[in-house]
Design a protein around this ligand. Structure first.
Ligand SMILES: Nc1ncnc2c1ncn2[C@@H]1O[C@H](COP(=O)(O)OP(=O)(O)OP(=O)(O)O)[C@@H](O)[C@H]1O
Length: 262
């Protein structure tokens, strides 16, 4: 299995809106990748296709492989992936306690249920993640009574608890203050350094960590640029992608967009 996903001629709708019309796109295993594009370009839809939350239009001419397979038991597929997204944050029941949010990652479920059993090793792993993410004091607090940043940290713990091969992150630092963003980015960097692959979709250029090597520009459901980060993330490239005059400043391997001077 050389690829996390291989999409060839894939078309997909969201409630009647055609988002992809013959999309060709692949990401190899181990290739830390950011997919960047304006609002509505199809980034979230792409992640939902990979994780089988939505399905493509069936056609003999299209192919959609995830880890080399075109048919997946959804539970099994999600056990290979860790996902953090806005939808997940919104869908999460407000009563679920912090510890259970993390444990639910073992079953890819929303909250835990009485029939789900957890070994002492699994519970210890959840406790360890809460300590690492600095939220162990909130283990018994209901999700609905946490701040956005605290919820995100618990969702990251949920995504990591079963040691996935790859993390799919949708705008991971959106809504976080500087401290929480930096903590999140630091965690993401360490994970990549230790071999967890990250595929990040975002329109926030500043949340692309230095370990990301490939950048894909997406616009209106199409790939408009794709390649090595240094070649793709340029002021003119980003200006074209977002239709505005942007100057990109690179610092310590991160990129920051500012309005271009006249
Ligand atoms: N639930 C939905 N019902 C109908 N159309 C949708 C739905 N969700 C998204 N779309 C449409 O699908 C297209 C792609 O949306 P998607 O959410 O994938 O974009 P995105 O790049 O993730 O945007 P953003 O940066 O705003 O999160 C857009 O045209 C959007 O209007």
């Amino acid at each position: 299995m050389n690829h996390v996903f291989e999409f060839s001629n894939v078309s997909a709708y969201r409630n009647g809106t055609l988002v992809f019309d013959g999309l060709d796109l692949s990401v190899r295993t181990g290739e830390n990748t950011a997919i960047l594009g304006p609002n509505g370009s199809g980034k979230t839809t792409l992640l939902k296709l990979i994780s089988r939350e939505i399905y493509p239009v069936h056609s003999d001419e299209s192919r959609m492989l995830v880890y080399g397979c075109d048919r997946w038991n959804v539970e099994e597929l999600r056990s290979r992936l860790g996902i953090v997204s806005h939808d997940l944050q919104q869908n999460y029941g407000s009563h679920a306690k912090g510890r259970d949010v993390i444990l639910s990652g073992y079953y890819s479920s929303i909250d835990t249920w009485p029939h789900q059993l957890f070994s002492s090793t699994e519970i210890e792993r959840a406790e360890e993640l809460m300590r690492q993410l600095g939220v162990d004091e909130l283990a018994d607090r209901p999700f609905g009574r946490m701040s956005t940043g605290q919820q995100r940290r618990f969702l990251l713990g949920r995504a990591l608890v079963h040691r996935p091969k790859a993390l799919l992150l949708d705008e991971p630092t959106s809504g976080l203050d500087i401290t929480a963003s930096f903590l999140y980015l630091d965690k993401a960097r360490r994970l990549m350094q230790q071999g967890t692959q990250i595929i990040l979709v975002t329109h926030h250029i500043h949340e692309i960590p230095p370990e990301i090597t490939r950048v894909i520009f997406m616009r209106k459901g199409r790939v408009v640029a794709d390649g090595d980060k240094k070649a793709i993330l340029t002021s003119s490239g980003v200006s074209g992608l977002f239709d505005c005059s942007v100057e990109l400043i690179e610092r310590n391997g991160f990129y920051l967009p500012v309005p271009a001077s006249e």
